[in-house]
Design a protein around this ligand. Structure first.
Ligand code: ADP
Ligand code: MG
Length: 720
């Protein structure tokens, strides 16, 4: 039968089996073939029941000889006691708690694979809630059993049988990968890879098949990004070459400090991009405190010098307001167009946030539209949706970790010429992610910190083991304040409502933690902190304050009118108060790793050393504590980002549209496949340079469609 990914499964595997697979969303030949085994059981590594050792993880194949369902007395629920017997006749007990989903499968006479840690109960070895897979005669002849991802409704072996039936009936597909690439990378053909990943004969088979299929996915993604990149680069953009004697020159002449080497060199890259006639798409990655704002401001001034406008987008209102303030103060007379004391050719900075008063907002919108505002600063949602610009030349996106492909497209989609785009982030993006999520951007690394920065010491404060240490925390805050400095105390939640901060990226709970108390909330504990810090001036800041008040509190803290700011993660990114030296993170285990790094970056910004205290109730030797220890062990953002990636589910990183159920990314791992991703990027860019619409490579075009979901396909390929 000819291979056609889109044909329905009824034909090759029959109506009944097809109906079962629909429950897993598997409807077409392609769906089933790309439903790869989750793992394999190597029959050569099976244990005999007689040889089991307590404490070891073991896998046995055995037949169920009795299955006895009981109610648990003191615990609510049911328990299934199963006795299994292997080929040699040895018996073993297995206990399954609340086995409802398994009852259908675990019947007398059924043969299966049981895998788990060997424990003992009343002196007898047993397996407690082992993994179980049913297994049929055909399996006995194969060296590997393929175990499929599935739900309680469909047995893994039912999938395996359908896959084998399908593979027997279809011809090998046409291979999308050019032969020259396959040869160079020693990759098996697609048909062979698909057969081997489902029905392997050896570990080498599994490895080769996976590598090949990972290549398909990596190349699909990289081709899509290369096409997008070419598309973006091909559009016209306003050329903004440097203008002698303009605002940028005047600004540089008045800088109170020399630029760092990194600021110089990244600045040059950006200046050259802006001068070009195609849009810049550049990601500047520089650790917390590296001085990205000035890099952005200098880019904006170059654009304003060419008579265009620039927009700066921040993730929160607090940060947008702070940016507007600090840009104004950095520019001084150069940024006061229309005001008294402005310099010749001055520009003006307009703040635009959703919660501004109607009148102020209308004026800001007018200024953007008329071109009176040279620089507009606001939250990204707002600028994206509501603002018309007279002549937008550059968009700067600050600290938007998740400012994905779609949002960037939305901004580009306006008008004939696309504005230049500068994305700035302090969250170090591991190389593989940069190549994937941001694969259509050029990446600049802003290295080094401005001189005179002080180190930050990070300490984990485990209050479960040492309850008295919390008093020492408050004491340390007092000491910082006595030296004339300021401190932050950060809580995960605002409090006072059911719904938590949407900003909080709480890591998933570990096993057995589901009944943890809710994270500490600013509003709940502010009174306690105020009492502990009696005599100090304590301000409170969180996202639910009215905007004026938020602004006033932040400004008061900047001006040194508060000693301590008790806040939520509204201060996470960008907030820049050099006199703040201490930051205490309460319930630190509730923050994401990169969030912790960002928060820590709020201190050590001046000449005095910084102190970061991670307060947690989590006991030692939990993953939560390991994460905190990792943060304490290094201030290297890249190392932390790598750890973060290891601890997080990768779907989160690839983004919804690429990890959804319809997407073709099944095997690709940002962590494990860095090398393939890098190679496929080079290959994809080169190919797209030579064959811009992939006209000569129709199978690769299809691959792009298969790799990305349907929506993406529409967005990228139907355009071409
Ligand atoms: P981030 O990269 O985290 O956004 P900022 O742009 O907020 O960092 O800069 C942090 C601080 O460093 C600011 O107070 C800024 O004025 C200061 N700064 C920036 N560049 C330099 C420099 N070259 N020399 C000294 N201080 C600098
Ligand atoms: Mg910043």
């Amino acid at each position: 039968m000819e291979f056609d990914t889109d044909s329905r499964l009824e034909g090759p595997i029959g109506k009944n089996s097809a109906e079962v697979l629909v429950k897993l969303g598997l409807e077409t030949v392609g769906d089933l073939l790309r439903h790869y085994p989750r793992r394999y059981v190597d029959r050569g590594r099976l244990s005999d029941i007689s040889g089991l050792v307590e404490g070891e993880h073991s896998t046995v194949v055995a037949e169920v000889t009795s299955a006895d369902l009981r109610y648990m007395r003191n615990r609510r629920g049911q328990m299934l006691k199963v006795i299994i017997r292997d080929e040699k006749g040895s018996a073993l007990g297995c206990t399954f708690f609340n086995p409802r989903k398994l009852l259908r499968f675990l019947r007398v006479g059924v043969v299966g694979v049981f895998a788990g840690k060997v424990g003992s109960f009343r002196g007898e070895l047993q397996l407690t809630h082992p993994q179980f897979e049913e297994f049929d005669e055909g399996d006995a002849l194969r060296p590997f059993l393929s175990i499929y991802p599935t739900t309680a409704k469909v047995a893994s072996q039912a999938i395996a049988r359908s896959v084998r039936l399908l593979l027997e009936q279809i011809d090998d597909p046409t291979d999308p990968l050019p032969e020259e690439l396959r040869r160079r990378e020693k990759l098996p053909e697609l048909g062979q890879a698909l057969r081997r990943i489902h029905v392997p004969e050896s570990e080498a088979d599994i490895h080769a098949a996976r590598t090949r299929l990972v290549w398909d996915e990596a190349l699909g993604v990289q081709l899509a990004l290369a096409l997008r990149r070419r598309d973006a680069l091909a559009r016209p953009a306003p050329a903004c070459p440097r203008v002698d004697g303009g605002l940028l020159d005047a600004f540089d002449a008045d800088l109170p400090f020399p630029l760092t080497e990194g600021q110089e060199s990244v600045g040059e890259e950006i200046a050259a991009d802006l001068a070009g006639e195609h849009p810049m798409n550049r990601l500047v990655q520089g650790d917390v405190g590296a001085g990205k704002t000035i890099v952005a401001l200098r880019a904006m001034l170059q654009v304003v010098d060419s008579g265009k406008q620039a927009a700066m987008l921040a993730p929160t209102e607090v940060l947008a307001a702070q940016h507007a303030r600090s840009l104004r103060s950095m520019l001084g007379a150069l940024g006061r167009a229309g005001e008294l004391g402005a310099s010749d050719g001055a520009t003006s900075i307009t703040l635009l946030t959703g919660s501004m008063g109607v009148k102020a907002k209308r004026q800001a919108l007018l200024d953007a539209q008329s071109g009176a505002a040279g620089i507009v600063v606001g939250t990204h949602a707002l600028i994206q949706d509501t603002v018309g610009f007279a002549d937008l030349g550059l968009v700067v996106v600050d600290e938007q970790h998740r400012f994905g492909v779609e949002q960037r497209d939305a901004l580009r989609a306006r008008g004939e010429t696309a504005p230049h785009m500068l994305v700035m982030t302090a969250t170090p993006i591991p190389r593989t992610v940069a190549m994937t999520v941001y694969g259509d951007l050029a990446v600049s690394e802003l290295k080094g910190l401005p001189r005179g920065r002080s180190p930050v010491t990070t300490t984990v404060v485990p209050v479960a083991e040492h309850p008295s240490w919390i008093e020492r925390v408050w004491q340390r805050i007092r000491e910082e304040v006595e030296r004339g400095h300021q401190c932050y105390v950060v809580c995960p939640r605002v409090g006072d409502t059911e719904k938590d901060d949407p900003e909080l990226e709480e890591p998933p709970p570990e096993d057995g933690e589901s009944d943890r108390r809710p994270p500490l909330a600013v509003l709940d504990i502010a009174p306690m902190i105020t009492e502990k810090l009696a005599g100090l001036r304590v301000g409170i800041l969180h996202g639910k304050l009215p905007p004026d008040e938020k602004d006033a509190v932040m400004r008061a803290f900047e001006n040194g009118e508060y000693d301590v700011l008790v806040a939520t993660t509204v201060i996470e990114v960008g907030v820049d108060v050099p006199n703040a030296t201490g930051i205490v993170l309460l319930d630190a285990d509730r923050f994401g790793l990169s969030q912790l790094h960002q928060l820590r970056g709020r201190v050590g910004r001046g000449s005095a050393p910084g102190l970061c205290l991670l307060v947690t109730e989590m006991p030692a030797a939990t993953t939560a504590r390991e994460r905190l220890d990792a943060v304490a062990s290094t201030t290297d953002g890249f190392e932390l980002a790598r750890l973060d990636l290891e601890l997080r589910r990768e779907g989160d990183v690839l983004g919804a549209s690429q990890s959804g159920s319809r997407s073709g990314l099944k095997l690709l791992s940002l962590l494990r496949h860095g090398e393939v991703i890098a190679k496929s990027q080079v290959y994809a860019r080169d190919l797209v340079d030579r064959d811009p619409d992939l006209r000569q490579h129709p199978r690769l075009r299809d691959l792009v469609g298969e790799t990305l979901g349907d929506e993406e396909r529409v967005a990228y390929l139907d355009k071409a």
